[in-house]
Design a binder for this molecule. Structure first.
Ligand code: PLP
Length: 401
């Protein structure tokens, strides 16, 4: 146990699904003096990030960058496009879906919540059915999470767009991609998303403190008549000021240096390679979990997340106690169970600046902690993950000649 120890050697294994580990390269890029955010050096930085971030969201339209955590960008998506009392179709994929719905309520919107058991993603067919019932087009927006971070289940925005179109419904499509952007394939324009909500501290490998709204032309048009009160979150002034390479109020200058570096790093690796790496690390993790004889919370492979895997504890074993044992003995942190699955799951984040060796280290710590905590399981999870990675890496090495 960690008694009599004032220092824990080695790197902490930060396996929470965001904030994710900060690469040294990004830390160095942010190690800059504060500059005048109305001066010429800032204008160059602003242009770089405002143009660069579009390549990550895959959009040709503006991306608004806020100095806030992701929750702020959730609010911005709602207040810029909607009016008091507007009906919004939302989905109970898990804790984050629930929080976004609660925010809509607090803002004076009228959310319709499609309930689910927190073990799957949004069902496009259920969304289509609700929209078909809404003959008067009272629903103004459909809001879903690309990746539900509390459960490790993804939803498929392109399918949901098809469902909206199939119903012949004019609702806007709002998508939260806070824990999937820059880790899993995402295409704002091609998928017909109207507002995409993003955050800094997950796939973009930045410290918390910056968030995003990518917007479509239809969203910009809706913003012209949207009546919810807004000031700090208003797109209008942001987009107008951004055109001249500035911000209407103080931006998170030093995080923007980090953002410029993050965008460069993602393109140096290649976005498709980044996505494939996340798919591979997620599959290795799931193979370990199955070999341990434990259960993955997400029920259907179609909805598996590539950034986080939530693992159910066997009956009678508390996930928070297991997390304590793992932290005390192996210097590793997992995501805790949130909301109605508190104490029942722990979540392994495998996103951002992570590679085969770091995930194997994390899985080895997990297997040791399961043993020390007395959680019933089978040995061999790490071996199963290694066998998978050896096969995949072998294939890649062969393909590269
Ligand atoms: C982390 C997260 C949020 C909340 O973001 P904050 O930066 O904590 O405000 C919202 N949605 C999803 C899917 C997230 O993963």
């Amino acid at each position: 146990m960690a008694t009599n120890r004032s220092r824990t050697p080695g790197r902490h294994f930060l396996q929470i699904p965001g904030p994710s580990p900060l690469p040294d390269r990004i830390l160095r890029a942010m190690d800059m003096p504060i500059i005048d955010h109305r001066g010429p050096e800032f204008a160059r930085l602003a242009r770089r990030v405002l143009d660069g971030i579009k390549t990550i969201f895959k959009t040709r339209n503006p991306v608004v960058i806020y100095p806030s955590s992701g929750t702020g960008a959730w609010e911005a998506a709602l207040v810029n496009t909607l009016s008091p009392g507007d009906r919004v179709l939302m989905y109970e994929t898990g804790q984050f879906g629930t929080l976004w719905k609660n925010m809509a309520l607090k803002l004076g919107l009228d959310p319709i919540f499609i309930e689910s058991d927190w073990r799957t993603g949004a069902d496009a067919k259920a969304i289509e059915a609700k929209l078909r019932e809404d003959k008067a087009h009272k629903i103004k927006a459909v809001a879903v999470l690309h990746n539900e971070t509390s459960t490790g289940c993804v939803s498929h925005p392109a399918e949901i767009r098809k469902a909206i179109d199939a119903a012949g419904h004019p609702a806007l499509l709002l998508v939260d991609t806070i824990s999937s952007l820059a880790s899993m394939d995402y295409r704002h324009d091609e998928w017909g998303v109207d507002v995409t909500v993003g955050g800094a501290q997950k796939g973009l490998m930045l410290p918390p403190g910056v968030s995003f709204n990518a917007v479509s032309d239809k969203a910009l048009a809706a913003a012209k008549s949207a009546k919810l009160a807004k000031s700090f979150w208003s797109w209008e002034e942001m987009i107008a000021t951004n055109k001249n390479n500035y911000f209407p109020y103080t931006p998170a200058t030093n995080i923007l240096y980090g953002l410029a570096e993050s965008i460069d790093m993602l393109h140096e690796e290649g976005l498709d390679n980044v996505f494939a790496r996340h798919d591979r690390l997620a599959e290795a993790t799931r193979r370990a979990v199955r070999a341990w004889g434990l259960e993955i919370l997400c029920r259907e492979p179609k909805h598996y997340s590539s950034t986080i895997t939530a693992i159910l504890m066997p009956d009678g074993h508390n996930a928070d106690r297991f997390r304590d044992v793992a932290l005390d003995n192996f210097n590793i942190s997992y995501g805790m169970g949130l909301g109605k699955i508190a104490g029942k799951v722990f979540r392994i984040g495998h996103l951002g600046d992570t590679n085969d060796a770091t995930i194997i280290g994390a899985l080895a710590a997990t297997e040791m902690a399961l043993a020390i905590a007395g959680v019933p399981h089978k040995k061999g999870g790490v071996q199963a993950a290694m066998d998978y990675l050896i096969a995949e890496t072998g294939k890649a090495a062969k393909a590269a000649g």
